[in-house]
Design a protein around this ligand. Structure first.
Ligand code: NAD
Ligand code: UDX
Length: 476
């Protein structure tokens, strides 16, 4: 465990790919190899069309690939040759057995630990990059230490180094992180391993932004950071419902509240609900951890964040149905945006999936447009909760937003893509069935502007004056 010259990253996904591209770019003295059991994905990483879209990623991959950045399917060899190995595999919510629907599934992490035990052949620093529950490092270490019993040339240190990048801004986040967190064992060898990883990041991250802690603090901090972020969104979304009922405007409230420097103005955008592969999974993982520790009150507290999010999605879909005169069957509804946020093609846990599901239950004809998500991906996601026959019959996918909106009764905005703001909405309005409605799930539009075009406008967290309900009346 000395200076790091060769890094292998197991898992060539949204985290492994961009993170290693950044390390290779910033550390020309380190050879970085990214491996994956999905050989098709590795081929894509080696091709002109990368398997994921992130602004700025392609340039760096093209610059470094073949020089000090490699994508390979030879997992044993890459493990053997590395000084330091990132485990960057998926840890999705478990869909079977104990903890189903709550606990993270650690089978992929465990299988990487077993591959490392089998192929290491010498000392390695093993780094948890995946988001894992507290004490996961202990399980990894148990597997690795067992291998040491029969081969005394092996030596392992396990570090926790959770990733905080957000999709769509991954390269910026990696180039200029708020902080890098490294947890390790409080022993001589543990400190050496931490120092080795600190040195890697020091090539571009100011030393004061590299935080070192014990292993368990680091593992827990990742879950807590995501829980706090998700909680902010659920908090402002809960407020959006009050705004809709009273005539307060959620953007004004967020602005006024966020001006308090203790609260801060970031991450207070009310929405149709947070999506993405991390927030729900990680909050549920925290809830499950609390339950396992018999901290039921704490579990309940954090579970509220998920409950509000599900409620917000349902509430938005219900509002669409109600405002379209309680019947959407056979009506064309244009959906603008399917990705879970702008600037990504990722659809995992996207709120669009949930809103579309509710509309499909009501037999609406959904016409989807998203600038980055491919049709087969949309059909795959919708097929998880709605029969393929129904998806085939009711869902159409467009490559032109104007075509998607033509003859529609409503437009439903579910992702905050910048380009949605640039369209000619007068032209769109004219091509629709009247009365035409616009449901803004992302605070993209100004009510007045859209109403002046002719739209019936419904935005999260804003209400037309005639709809506000509460005066001085006591709660009934
Ligand atoms: P991903 O699904 O995009 O990529 C994971 C990859 O690991 C897949 O390509 C899969 O084939 C591969 N894999 C799984 N088991 C393997 C094995 N035994 N050997 C070789 N390859 C294997 O996942 P992701 O979004 O990159 O997330 C990875 C981890 O990082 C998760 O724990 C996640 O919670 C965490 N994380 C994700 C983000 C994000 O924005 N996506 C941000 C921070 C942290
Ligand atoms: C998140 C964390 O931000 C990141 O630090 C962590 O490493 C992984 O999980 P990500 O899921 O990629 O990143 O995107 P993020 O920008 O956090 O957005 C998550 C969801 O919340 C999106 O659906 C987004 O639209 C929504 N969101 C975000 C809101 O609804 N309102 C906001 O104010 C911010």
């Amino acid at each position: 465990t000395g200076v790091v010259r060769r890094i292998t990253c197991v898992g060539a996904g949204y985290v492994g790919g961009p993170t290693c591209a950044m390390i290779a770019n910033k550390c020309p003295h380190i050879a970085v190899t990214v491996v994956d059991m999905n050989t098709a994905k590795i081929e894509e990483w080696n091709s002109d069309k990368l398997p994921i879209f992130e602004p700025g990623l392609e340039e760096i991959v093209k610059k470094c690939r073949g020089t000090n950045l490699f994508f390979s399917s030879d997992i044993p060899k890459s493990i053997r040759e590395a000084d330091l190995i990132f485990i960057s595999v998926n840890t999705p919510t478990k869909m079977y057995g104990k903890g189903k629907g709550m606990a993270p599934d650690l089978k992929y992490v465990e299988s990487v630990a077993r591959s490392i035990a089998e192929h290491a052949g010498g000392p390695k620093i093993v780094v948890e990059k995946s988001t894992v529950p507290v004490k996961a490092a202990e399980s990894i270490l148990s597997i690795l230490r067992d291998a040491q019993r029969t081969n005394n040339t092996l030596a392992f240190q396990v570090l926790s180094n959770p990733e905080f990048l957000a999709e769509g801004t991954a390269m910026k986040d990696l180039a200029n992180p708020d902080r890098v967190l490294i947890g390790g064992e409080d022993s001589e060898e543990g400190k050496k391993a931490v120092a080795a990883l600190v040195e890697v990041y020091s090539s571009w991250v100011p030393r004061e932004r590299i935080i070192t802690t014990n292993t368990w603090s680091s593992e827990l901090s990742k879950l807590v950071a995501n829980a706090f972020l998700a909680q902010r969104i659920s908090s402002i979304n809960s407020v959006s419902a009050i705004c809709e009922a009273t005539g307060a405007d959620v953007s004004e409230v967020a602005h006024a509240v966020g001006f308090d420097s203790r609260i801060g103005n970031k991450f207070l955008n009310a929405s149709v609900g947070f999506g993405g592969s991390c927030f729900q999974k990680d909050v549920l993982s925290l809830v499950y951890l609390c339950e396992s520790l018999h901290l039921n009150k704490v579990a309940e507290y954090w579970h509220g964040v998920i409950e509000i999010n599900n409620w917000q999605r349902r509430r938005f879909a219900d509002q669409i149905i109600a405002e379209l005169f309680n019947t959407v069957a056979g009506k064309k509804i244009a959906v603008f945006g399917f990705a879970f946020k702008k600037n990504t093609g990722d659809t995992r846990e996207s709120s669009a999936i949930h809103v579309c599901k509710h509309l499909l239950e009501e037999e609406a004809n959904i016409a989807i447009y998203d600038p980055k998500v491919e049709e087969k991906q949309m059909r795959m996601e919708l097929g998880l909760t709605t029969s393929d026959d129904k998806v085939d019959k009711l869902v159409s996918v467009f490559s032109d937003p104007y075509e998607a909106a033509k003859d529609a009764h409503a437009i439903v905005v579910l992702t905050e893509w910048d380009e949605f703001k640039t369209y000619d909405y007068s032209r769109i309005y004219e091509s629709m069935v009247h009365p035409a409605a616009l449901f803004d799930g992302r605070l993209l539009f100004k009510r007045k502007e859209m109403e002046s075009i002719g739209f019936r406008f419904f935005g999260i967290g804003t209400a037309p004056n005639h709809l506000t309900k509460v005066g001085f009346a006591a709660p009934s």
